[in-house]
Design a protein around this ligand. Structure first.
Ligand code: KG4
Ligand code: ZN
Length: 350
C-alpha cells in the first residue's frame, strides 16, 4: 500500500513518492512524472516562435509557457496514469533561466501545491542536467561532469549528491551559445547547434583549423575568439556575393571545422580534469551533450583514460522535465523541500 506524503508530515519521513517535474526556464515548456519505480512520463512542448527572431525573445517565451503549461502537465499526468491528488511533491526549476519564464513554472507549481496538498521542491536547472544521467543509469559518486548548455559551460567535481565543486567554467560564451552564434554567421536557423551537428556529418573537420582556445593549463574555457575568427575567415573570402558562394559550397565543411574546434577544446579540458582529480567516473550533461562529435570524442577519451562514461539519452540532453522530476525526487528523499516563499533566480548565486 502506498502512503501519500502530505504537507503535515515531517520532512524526514521516507516513504513512497510521486513527483511531478516542471521546467520552464527558457523556451521549452515541459512536464514529467517520476516515481519510486522510475520515469512515468516526459512531455516537452518546444516553442518555435523564436526561430524567426534568431534567438529566444523572453516576453514571448513567458507568454507561450503560460499558454501551454496546463496542457503539458495534464498530458504528463495522463501518460503516468496519475491523478493530480496522487502527486506528493511538485519539483520546479527555480533557476538559472529567464526570470519571466521561470515565474510561470513556479507560480503554476505553487498553485498546484495549494490545490492538491503536494509539497514543493525548487530545483537548480544546471544540477538537473547532471542528474539526468541517473534516469536510466546507476552511476556512482564521485564523478566529474562536463556540463555544456546554451547558457553555461563548466567542469564540476561532484563528491556526493548536491556537493558540486566548479573546477573550470567559460570566461565568455557558453559552448551552446558558440554553436548558435557561429551558426547565425553561417546563415543557419536558430538554434544552430543541432543543425551544425547534422551538417558537420557531411563535412571535413580539417577543412580549416580554427583556433581552439585552451587558455594555458587551467580548466577555464573561452569561445568568443572562435566566433570572431569565423567571421574574419568568411570576410576574407571576398565581397558579399563571393562570401555567399563560398558558404553555399562549404557550409558542411565549416560546420565540421567549427564543431571540431569547440569539441576539441571541451574534451582536452575534460582530459586535464581527469588527470588532475584522478576521477575515473565522467559525465556529459546539458544540451550540447547531444552533439555527436562531442559524444564520439568523449567516448574515445574515456577509453584512453580507462574511465567510465555516462551520457544522457538524447531525450534528456536538451531541456526537459524528466531531469527536474528525478532531481526533485532525489531532493525530496533527502527531506529537502521548499515552501510557498520560493523565489526564482535568473543567475547562479543571484
Ligand atoms: O541545455 P539546453 O537545452 O538549454 C540550456 O540550458 O541552455 O541547451 C541548449 C543548447 C543550445 O545552444 C543548442 O544549440 C545546443 O544546446 N545543442 C546542441 C545540440 N543540441 C542542442 N549543440 C550542438 N550539437 C547538438 N546536437
Ligand atoms: Zn538546460
Amino acid at each position: 500500500m502506498r502512503i501519500t506524503l502530505k504537507k503535515h508530515l515531517p520532512e524526514y519521513v521516507t516513504i513512497l513518492m510521486n513527483i511531478l517535474g516542471i521546467e520552464s526556464s527558457c523556451d521549452e515548456t515541459a512536464a514529467a512524472v517520476y516515481t519510486d519505480s522510475g520515469l512515468k512520463s516526459n512531455v516537452v512542448a518546444s516553442q518555435t516562435i523564436h526561430e524567426k527572431y534568431g534567438g529566444v525573445v523572453p516576453e514571448l517565451a513567458s507568454r507561450a509557457h503560460q499558454q501551454t503549461i496546463w496542457a503539458t502537465v495534464e498530458q504528463a499526468l495522463e501518460e503516468a496514469k496519475l491523478r493530480p491528488d496522487s502527486i506528493d511533491a511538485v519539483a520546479v526549476t527555480q533557476g538559472p533561466g529567464l526570470m519571466g519564464a521561470l515565474l510561470v513554472g513556479i507560480c503554476f507549481a505553487k498553485g498546484f501545491s495549494l490545490t492538491h496538498g503536494s509539497r514543493l521542491v525548487g530545483v537548480n536547472h544546471m544540477d538537473a542536467h547532471i542528474y539526468a544521467n541517473f534516469i536510466d543509469q546507476t552511476p556512482e559518486f564521485p564523478f566529474l561532469s562536463l556540463t555544456v548548455s546554451g547558457g553555461h559551460t563548466q567542469l564540476e567535481y561532484v563528491s556526493e549528491p548536491f556537493k558540486h565543486k566548479i573546477l573550470g567554467k567559460t570566461r565568455d560564451d557558453a559552448a551552446g551559445e558558440a554553436f548558435d552564434k557561429i551558426g547565425k554567421i553561417l546563415g543557419l536557423p536558430y538554434p544552430a547547434g543541432p543543425v551544425m551537428d547534422r551538417r558537420s556529418q557531411n563535412g571535413d573537420p580539417k577543412f580549416h583549423a580554427f583556433p581552439k582556445a585552451l587558455l594555458g593549463e587551467g580548466l577555464d574555457f573561452s569561445f568568443s575568439g572562435l566566433k570572431t575568427s569565423v567571421l574574419y575567415y568568411l570576410q576574407r573570402q571576398g565581397d558579399e556575393q563571393e562570401q555567399l558562394d563560398f558558404l553555399n559550397r562549404h557550409t558542411d565543411d565549416l560546420c565540421a571545422a567549427v564543431s571540431e574546434a569547440i569539441t576539441e577544446a571541451l574534451v582536452r579540458k575534460l582530459g586535464a580534469a581527469i588527470r588532475q582529480t584522478r576521477c575515473k567516473n565522467i559525465f556529459l550533461a546539458g544540451g550540447v551533450s547531444a552533439n555527436s562529435m562531442l559524444r564520439a570524442k568523449t567516448k574515445a577519451l574515456a577509453a584512453e583514460q580507462d574511465a567510465k562514461l555516462y551520457i544522457p539519452k538524447m531525450a534528456y540532453c536538451t531541456d526537459n522535465a524528466a531531469m527536474i522530476a528525478i532531481t526533485g525526487h532525489m531532493l525530496a528523499r533527502r527531506g529537502t523541500f521548499s515552501d510557498l516563499g520560493m523565489k526564482a533566480f535568473a543567475r547562479v548565486g543571484g
